[in-house]
Design a protein around this ligand. Structure first.
Ligand SMILES: Cc1cc2nc3c(=O)[nH]c(=O)nc-3n(C[C@H](O)[C@H](O)[C@H](O)COP(=O)(O)OP(=O)(O)OC[C@H]3O[C@@H](n4cnc5c(N)ncnc54)[C@H](O)[C@@H]3O)c2cc1C
Length: 450
């Protein structure tokens, strides 16, 4: 049969048009609906997506993350003390996105959980079957009046913001009042403010200024650490190093021009009087229970809150100590109202320390429970017990590995503690911190292998 030329053209056009329409629709579908949408491509988001992909490589997953770089922040403590290269804490986000997962390089603006939709700034709406939120925490610089201005000076620093500057401040310090603070409320890695203080103390010994330095660690907390076994060792170290430990000291304002920080003394039913003032530091009473002190260097852990995208969303805890953070079941990590939504990492309102180590135990719970829901089976063994860990570096070459769970109950690794007493400062734990944990983070945890 001879087909005439014009007919071939029409048939070809129809075939091409059909293929085009099919692929376009398919693309549209692929790009707007995913089985799992993960918001935040940091520690929690990457670990969760990588583990989900390992469970089911056909699962459609998107990670929404605006940043092109991710940092291994636990090493910032060491950067601040000049013993780790800042550039080595950084990786391209592109290289962390698990194979087969779509990276939506954008920022989520709002959520519509009734319709299973997230709205993004530039990429339109994404539809999901399951939603995982790991958007981290917000450094609330305005939460401490005067902090923004103080951070612009050469003697105020923060490992939470610019650890390289911390090291410059330590190097330039010539003696006087060296003050390290902790804010009220939950923060990322609650042990980090004291780690840099121990390192700073040892640095000042090396630089020859320790004997003309008053070294202060001021915290609104009541104790140096919540778990007794670790607190005992830390109190011993504080005494040995002649550190001026000030509990019940909540930072309330900074006067950068005068180099002064003011604390509110918050011990219940106790009023600070002139007789209680610390004359070595030159403390001054500035109103009821307000103590002002001059600083020659200041390390600040800024106040921290849930990111706005969470605190202003339907997922936020309405009140209490976790106000603004995601309201999830503390064992299943499932949102209390929206059952196909899970939260982990710093943005989750959990009564335990916000660390990457905690996320290592949370991610398998989120993954396990999503898999159960996909199979329409009830939740089983995947329960989070509040595990978190704070590697408290107590000097160059020394560290305690403080592992605990809900209610501050010690939860040290059973195998490790057969060989090492992790509740005492150890050189082996320092080696773990400096070399072992970064390697495990990039090569195992962020690849979904542990
Ligand atoms: C100085 C310091 C020392 C620390 N030491 C330790 C330690 O020794 N051990 C330890 O285990 N942990 C430590 N941590 C804590 C640890 O780094 C964090 O707990 C962990 O990285 C938090 O992971 P995350 O996924 O919750 O948040 P992140 O890793 O911060 O990821 C959140 C991501 O969400 C993205 N995001 C935010 N908003 C949106 C939005 N609207 N749309 C899309 N994406 C968004 C952000 O860009 C970010 O990439 C330390 C932290 C610091 C700062």
């Amino acid at each position: 049969m001879i087909i005439s030329f014009p007919k071939v053209t029409v048939v070809t056009k129809i075939v091409f048009a059909t293929i085009y329409l099919y692929t376009t629709l398919n693309d549209l579908n692929m790009n707007t609906h995913y089985q799992v949408v993960v918001v935040g491509g940091g520690t929690g988001g990457i670990m969760t997506a990588a583990q989900l992909k390992r469970k089911d490589r056909n699962m459609t997953i998107a990670i929404i993350e605006p940043n092109t770089e991710h940092y291994y922040q636990p090493a910032w403590t060491l950067v601040g003390a000049g013993t780790f290269n800042f550039e080595d804490t950084k990786r391209d986000e592109k290289k962390l996105i698990p194979h087969g997962v779509d990276w939506i390089k954008d920022r989520v603006t709002t959520f519509d959980p009734e319709k299973n939709i997230v709205h993004t700034k530039n990429s339109g709406d994404l539809h999901y079957d399951y939603l995982v939120l790991s958007t981290g925490i917000k450094m609330d610089i305005d939460g401490l009046p005067g902090l923004g201005e103080a951070l612009n000076t050469d003697i105020v620093c923060s490992n939470y913001i610019d650890p390289e500057k911390t090291y410059r401040v330590l190097q330039n310090f010539k003696g006087g009042n060296a003050i390290f603070t902790q804010p009220a409320g939950a923060i990322r890695c609650g042990g980090a403010p004291q780690k840099i203080m121990y390192l700073g103390e040892e640095y000042f010994q090396k630089s020859g200024v320790r004997n003309k330095t008053n070294l202060v660690f001021a915290t609104p907390g009541t104790v140096i650490f919540g778990t007794k076994e670790f607190a005992d060792e830390l109190n011993r170290i504080i005494e040995k190093k002649h550190i001026n430990f000030k509990p019940f000291y909540k930072p309330v304002k900074i006067n950068a021009a005068k180099q002064e920080i003011t604390f509110q003394y918050i011990k219940p039913d106790i009023k600070r009087s002139y007789a209680d003032l610390d004359s070595t530091l030159g403390e001054r009473l500035d109103g009821e229970n307000l103590v002002t002190v001059h600083y020659d260097m200041l390390h600040i852990a800024p106040p921290q809150t849930a990111p706005d995208v969470i605190s202003q969303s339907p997922f936020a805890t309405p009140d209490g100590p976790n106000k603004g953070y995601m309201q999830v079941d503390i064992h299943t990590l499932q949102h209390l109202k929206y059952v196909n939504v899970f939260g982990l990492g710093d943005n989750a309102g959990l009564p335990t320390a916000k660390t990457g180590a905690a996320i290592r135990k949370q991610a398998p719970v989120v993954v396990g429970n999503i898999m159960q829901m996909m199979k329409q089976q009830p939740f089983g063994e995947h329960q989070y017990q509040g595990y978190s860990s704070c590697p408290i570096v107590t000097g160059y070459g020394k560290m305690l590995l403080c592992e605990f769970k809900y209610d501050n109950v010690r939860d040290s690794d059973k195998l490790l503690t057969k060989f090492v007493n992790t509740a005492k400062e150890q050189w082996s734990m320092w080696i773990l911190k400096k070399y072992g944990l970064p390697w495990l983070y990039w090569n195992m945890m962020m690849k979904g292998r542990m």
